[in-house]
Design a protein around this ligand. Structure first.
Ligand code: NDP
Ligand code: HSE
Length: 440
């Protein structure tokens, strides 16, 4: 048998422990697939004495000296499942420059400074794989970076955060408010004690940057992504969406476009949006993830599955480990980063989108004309208008609710329209503003 491929495992938490378990349980199959046994050379953790249950691994392999482990001559592949920017960035740059291959699930680092990792991989000649960083178990990055390389991707629309999808699905199913649904998500272990990264859209924005970089052959960072979370989504918004035959999802959207001079650009955004219940992403419930890819020749493709959790994420990590181990044995490396297109990222104001706006207005002659005039002044075309009597405690006698859905327009024009509507005397309140995606 060929000599083993030796792994340095950085991190042994939710994901790392499952990587250890799967390496143990499937060692014979993995060795057959790779052509050599996969062996753990060491495991770097923060707390060496932590109780790790019945993990099938020699306790002597644990160390707190991650850098020392990475630098060992007998380490071929570094698997990073610690997370965060530093010290992970320093470790991985060191490993890659030294010619080791790296497998990481670290979306935050890839979105913040993926360029530094790709540059270090090019310098050292090893592989950099990160399938687990977006949408957990779902095979998605490999299709984007390999299978679709003969095609031209035009748009990627995804639900890439399980926690927020659980919350929005619960709000849709039960009519609960955001706080109540978040509490349920926390009780069930979906939301972390500090849910900021999920509910404010930071986690989805990091994943959007990674997806856009791969889909459009350009370096897109988290800072380039327009980000809005779901904390402002109300039960009334959800009810309004339902009345329109829609549901609300936190979407990541990366799309090709063109600037005023016709030069190709990309726009990358994360925000809650109404989508029709007939849209393929609308039926993605619970904490599942799904990504809808549109390409010129392939048409529409949908990727669906578990986006988080120890075992699902470890599945993606191990798939990468097998790939990089095979490459090392064959003396080859995977195609390096493809960022040749170098497309500029358009500001959110230029992104083309549609709005659903709910207004509490005085119900008297001329109101509709005044409201329509605001849209016209900002060159925003109205698609549909629906008027219903104001209901409940909020609605005074003689008031009505106007529900307006626009055609596609630049986001800046839509935002300016809403600002002006808020200043009109006849508008008692702008009750809800949501973007609309996926036709209606
Ligand atoms: P955990 O917090 O469960 O585990 C982190 C591990 O890193 C722990 O073993 C911890 O050690 C170790 N660690 C932390 N700091 C250091 C340090 N300075 N030196 C050495 N070891 C350190 O994280 P997860 O397993 O949940 O996530 C790991 C990565 O996978 C992250 O990048 C995350 O974004 C990504 N990911 C996670 C998913 C999930 O469902 N959990 C899904 C997709 C991606 P100790 O055990 O001693 O505390
Ligand atoms: N917090 C993330 C989620 C974990 O809820 O989807 C996977 O990246």
């Amino acid at each position: 048998m060929t000599s083993p491929v030796r792994l340095a495992l950085l991190g042994c938490g939710t994901v790392g422990a499952e990587v250890v378990r799967l390496l143990h349980e499937q060692s014979a199959d993995l060795a057959a697939r790779v052509g050599a046994p996969l062996e753990i050379a060491g495991i770097a953790v923060r707390r060496i004495g932590r109780d790790r249950g019945d993990l099938p691994v020699d306790p002597a392999l644990f160390t707190t000296d991650a850098l020392g482990l990475i630098k060992r001559d007998d380490v071929d592949v570094v698997v990073e499942v610690v997370g965060g920017i530093e010290p992970a960035r320093g470790w991985l740059v060191e490993a890659l420059r030294a010619g080791k291959s790296v497998v990481t699930a670290n979306k935050a680092l890839l979105a913040e400074d993926g360029g530094a990792l790709h540059d270090a991989a090019a310098e050292g000649g090893g592989d950099l794989y990160y399938e687990a960083s977006v949408a957990g178990a779902i095979p998605l990055l490999r299709p984007l970076r390999e299978s679709l390389h003969g095609d031209r991707i035009t748009r990627v629309t995804g639900i890439v955060n399980g926690t927020t999808n659980f919350i929005l699905s619960a709000m849709h199913a039960t009519g609960a408010g955001f706080a109540e649904a978040l509490e349920e998500a926390t009780e069930l272990g979906y939301a972390e004690a500090d849910p900021t990264a999920d509910v404010e859209g930071f986690d989805a924005a990091a994943k959007a940057a990674i997806l856009a970089s791969l889909a459009f052959h350009s370096r897109v960072a988290a800072a380039d992504v327009h980000r809005e979370g779901i904390t402002e989504v109300t039960a009334a918004d959800v009810a309004s969406a339902k009345a329109m035959g829609c549901t609300i999802k936190l979407l990541c959207i990366a799309a090709r476009g063109a600037d005023g001079q016709g030069r190709e650009t990309v726009s990358v955004r994360v925000h809650p949006a109404m989508i029709p219940v007939t849209h393929p992403l609308a039926s993605v419930g619970d904490a599942f993830n799904a990504v809808f890819v549109e390409a010129e020749a392939a048409g529409q493709l949908m990727f669906y599955g578990r986006g988080a959790g120890g075992a699902p994420t470890a599945s993606a990590v191990l798939g990468d480990v097998v790939a990089v181990a095979r490459n090392r044995l064959a003396g080859v490396r995977a195609a390096s980063e493809s960022a040749y297109a170098d497309l500029p990222v358009r500001p959110m104001g230029e992104a083309l989108t549609r709005y659903h706006i709910s207004l509490d207005v005085a119900d008297r002659p001329g109101v509709l004309e005044s409201v329509a005039g605001v849209f016209a002044r900002h060159d925003v075309s109205i698609a549909t208008v629906r008027q219903v009597p104001a209901a409940g405690a909020a609605g005074a006698a003689g008031d009505a609710v106007l529900v307006i859905v626009t055609h596609v327009a630049p986001d800046a024009a839509l935002a300016a329209t809403v600002r002006e509507l808020r200043g009109l005397d006849i508008v008692r309140a702008v009750a809800s503003v949501l973007r609309v995606e996926g036709g209606l």
